[in-house]
Design a binder for this molecule. Structure first.
Ligand SMILES: [Zn+2]
Length: 280
């Protein structure tokens, strides 16, 4: 059983707007945004059994994929698709929308990205969302790491800020996207301290040296059992991600370098993430 904890859908330019797309093209010249739901279904699920599909409410970044859009897509195959909603913490409707997305839409987690939503994770408006997620038993997948998008400040994006959130809301399930790249050391420090904080490895196969260092650090801090498989589709496919993970195992980086046990890599690929997050 392979679960992809991190996939995106979104129409361009209606949901993924032109200003976001222009910034994406500055760093990823050949990026294709806005695939169809048919393409998502065919390609994101090609090499995995189940995929989490993320809404995203980040008007500051010109990136708004509505909860209803994700919910109606997930309803086409609830055996394989898992829907996570999103709320903009700055919106006065954020808490009502959390209740609605769980109760009416059946979404089972929440995607947040303070840097994209231009809010400090320790802002009271963000914290009240965390409090509600803990109460509603909805896991939070949070983009806490860098990005090309210029909506907010990198100071809002440090993984270390999640330590305070995990201390205040100890029952909240948290997944730090992309191991907090490039600050995987901060992400690992937070994951290690808190029983319900995890990190996904999505998108890291595009930076092989960083992935290798991050995995070695995770081994040394003994947190590899809390690393979840994810792709960041459509930026990476599951096939690419599995191949990229396997390529850093063993003596891939040469004699004298620390090695990564191939079994550890298979453990990440086959991680029962939905069980760990108490979804289903
Ligand atoms: Zn993503």
């Amino acid at each position: 059983m392979i679960v992809d904890i991190h996939t995106h859908v979104g129409e361009y330019p209606a949901q993924i707007g032109e200003s976001f797309a222009a910034q994406a093209r500055e760093v990823w010249a050949d990026v294709t945004l806005g695939g169809t739901l048919d393409e998502h279904y065919k390609n994101a699920l090609a090499d995995v059994d189940r995929a989490v599909v993320l809404a995203f409410d980040a008007p500051a970044a010109d990136f708004v994929v509505p909860n209803d859009y994700v919910a109606s897509y997930v309803a086409t195959d609830p055996a394989r698709l898992v829907g996570f909603g999103s709320v903009d913490p700055s919106s006065p409707r954020a808490l009502d929308e959390l209740e609605r997305m769980k109760g009416d839409l059946g979404l089972v987690g929440c995607k947040l990205g303070p840097l994209y939503q231009n809010i400090d994770p320790l802002d009271p408006r963000f914290l009240r969302v965390c409090e509600a997620l803990e109460r509603l038993e909805l896991p939070m997948l949070i983009h806490q790491g860098t990005t090309f998008a210029r909506a907010g400040s990198l100071l809002q994006a440090r993984p270390i800020l999640l330590d305070e959130i995990a201390l205040r809301y100890p029952e909240l399930r948290i997944v730090i996207a992309h191991m907090g790249h490039p600050w995987f050391d901060e992400a690992i420090a937070v994951v290690r301290r808190h029983p319900h904080v995890y990190a996904d490895i999505s998108a890291l196969v595009g930076r092989r040296w960083l992935l290798y260092q991050a995995l070695i650090a995770a081994v040394e801090y003994r947190v590899t059992h809390k690393l979840l498989f994810g792709t960041d589709f459509p930026f990476f496919t599951a096939g690419q991600t599995i191949e990229g993970l396997r390529s850093v195992a063993g003596d891939a980086f040469g004699a004298g370098m620390p090695t990564i046990d191939p079994d550890l890599i298979e453990g990440i690929i086959h991680r029962p993430s939905l069980e760990l997050l108490e979804i289903d």
